[in-house]
Ligand binder design. Structure first.
Ligand code: FMN
Ligand code: ADP
Ligand code: MG
Length: 254
């Protein structure tokens, strides 16, 4: 059960990802148990856990990192702060008629911050291990999971309703079967069982904020979109990791 202790606002060393991080994981987005969006209001993109075989001592728990999705299937427009999916069949037809496509011709993947859980979801007592990734808006956008200051709670204004506003989480258009690349950069906490669904949701909300604050540090921000620009911490290894993160083979169109 979750211990009744306060949460640290940042996780992992300030100097940047320490061994075994960064860990590269990749796979198509698969179906989970269908609880994330429906029960918790927190969609999680599940990928097969096979890639973890290379890290047999990696413990179950909550981690933060950065993700990219195959841009021939899913486009996140940073300037417009909007996302849309691409229908591969339509794209192919357009390419055959030599028309220029706005979305996928030479499209480059956008890197976004993420928080993820690896394990058996003790609250739900799963018997199979899952890797579930919640993608967040860029750090330059307002955080949907920021704590609501006391008094700003809509449901508590002007009446005696004791109900608190449920936190909102980032919701994107569905991108099942799209190839997802993930770099895990740090560990946040173990997975717990909870006294209630609300307590689980609140801890995941805090995980999102811990991940965002942790990724804001220079040695982690270099992994994000535009993060290499002026940093002395942008080493050759970081460049290689980002190249891997945003590389998608043409076969993922099939
Ligand atoms: C950041 C994060 C932290 C999580 N922490 C826990 C946890 O401590 N205990 C738990 O049982 N499940 C945890 N979960 C998993 C949720 O219970 C899970 O996302 C939900 O069951 C949805 O599963 P589904 O994708 O199969 O629908 C966490 C998920 C995320 C994204
Ligand atoms: N911010 C987000 N992070 C991850 N997945 C998202 C997000 N927004 C929408 N999705 C979509 O929601 C799906 C996951 O929803 P979820 O309720 O967890 O279903 P499942 O149990 O099938 O994983 C993802 O596969 C993806 O298509
Ligand atoms: Mg899921």
């Amino acid at each position: 059960m979750r211990p009744d202790t306060p949460r640290a606002p940042i996780a992992g060393p300030d100097t940047g990802p320490a061994s075994p991080f960064p860990i590269r994981l990749s796979g198509p987005v698969i179906k989970g148990f269908g609880r994330g969006s429906k029960e918790l209001g927190i969609p999680t993109a599940n990928i097969p856990p096979d890639g973890l075989d290379a890290y047999p001592s990696l413990e179950s728990g909550v981690y933060y990192g950065v993700v990219a999705l195959d841009p021939t299937r899913f486009v996140y427009d940073l300037a417009a702060e909007k996302a849309h999916t691409v229908d591969p069949a339509k794209e192919e037809a357009e390419q055959q008629t030599q028309q220029q496509s706005d979305s996928s011709a030479g499209a480059v993947a956008t890197i976004l911050p993420a928080v993820l859980s690896i394990g058996y979801n003790p609250f739900y007592k799963n018997t199979v291990r899952s890797v579930e990734i919640h993608i967040m808006p860029p750090l330059s956008s307002p955080s949907p999971t920021a704590a609501v200051p006391p008094g700003d709670d809509d449901n508590n204004n002007n009446n005696n309703n004791k109900q608190h506003r449920r936190p909102s989480f980032c919701k994107l258009p569905d991108f099942y079967s799209t190839q997802l690349n993930l770099l895990i950069l740090g560990y946040i906490r173990p997975e717990y069982d909870y006294v209630s669904l609300e307590a689980l949701v609140e801890d995941i909300r805090v995980d999102c904020e811990v991940a965002r604050q942790s990724l804001r540090r220079e040695a982690y921000a270099v992994y994000l979109e535009g993060g290499l620009a002026s940093s002395a911490l942008a080493t050759g290894e970081v460049v290689q990791d980002k190249r891997w993160l945003t590389a998608f083979s043409a076969t993922s169109l099939l």
